[in-house]
Design a protein. Structure first.
Length: 220
């Protein structure tokens, strides 16, 4: 917990985000030394230009926020984002397929994006949208992410019925950490105490739009 900023993906995924908002987000990320900015694909090129010569990475979302795109569309989105300079990809898995028991389709969906990311030396995080899943479905989703070679599992988009919970992060951590995957907690993390609880439960990355407020709390 010594360097909270390095855990944070400074996030702005609202549909009404303007270029001025992205500019401000990137400036804040540079000043605070956050790990990355997490933005919609349209803004990747702008963010890459704004963050040139800084250590802050550019993360974007794929199949967002529903996860119901065809695998080939997610693949095309991913390739475009990587060409534009993104180096971390947060993809929503196909939630409906998972809940329908179509494990092969879910695995293929994840593997396609993971392979594209790894060919470009990019990080791939898979968003489970835990608020929509049973405990058994969360477990199976984590197993498929491990099998597909993902780098992280992530709790939530922040656009569904709930966000990260301590119990979900702890479950995900128990399942994937032995295989070398990270856990990103996102959705509803607004206070320093929220972040601390998630890290204590096993989160290795935090997605939040409240990073500035959290750092202000941490520094008193």
């Amino acid at each position: 917990m010594n360097n909270i900023a390095s855990l944070i993906d400074h996030t702005l995924l609202k549909p009404g985000a303007t270029i001025a908002d992205i500019d401000r987000l990137c400036h804040e990320a540079t000043q605070c030394q956050f790990h990355s900015v997490c933005i919609n694909p349209f803004h990747v090129s702008s963010a890459v230009a704004l963050l040139k010569n800084t250590p802050v990475k550019v993360c974007t979302v794929i199949g967002f926020p529903l996860g119901a795109n065809l695998a080939e569309i997610k693949a095309a989105e991913t390739r475009s984002a990587l060409r534009n300079g993104a180096c971390e990809i947060d993809m929503v898995l196909n939630i409906g397929s998972l809940k329908s028991g179509n494990s092969a389709a879910v695995l293929a969906d994840i593997q396609t994006v993971v392979e594209i990311c790894h060919e470009a030396c990019a990080i791939c995080k898979i968003i489970l949208e835990t608020c929509l899943l049973t405990a058994a479905e969360k477990t199976h989703a984590c197993e498929l992410c491990v099998q597909a070679g993902a780098d992280f599992v992530k709790t939530s988009t922040g656009f569904s019925t709930g966000g990260a919970t301590v119990d979900d992060v702890a479950l995900m951590s128990r399942l994937v950490k032995p295989h070398g995957l990270g856990v990103k907690a996102s959705g509803g993390i607004r206070l320093l105490t929220d972040l601390q609880k998630m890290v204590n439960a096993g989160a290795t990355r935090i997605g939040t739009s409240n990073g500035i407020k959290i750092l202000q709390e941490a520094t008193g």
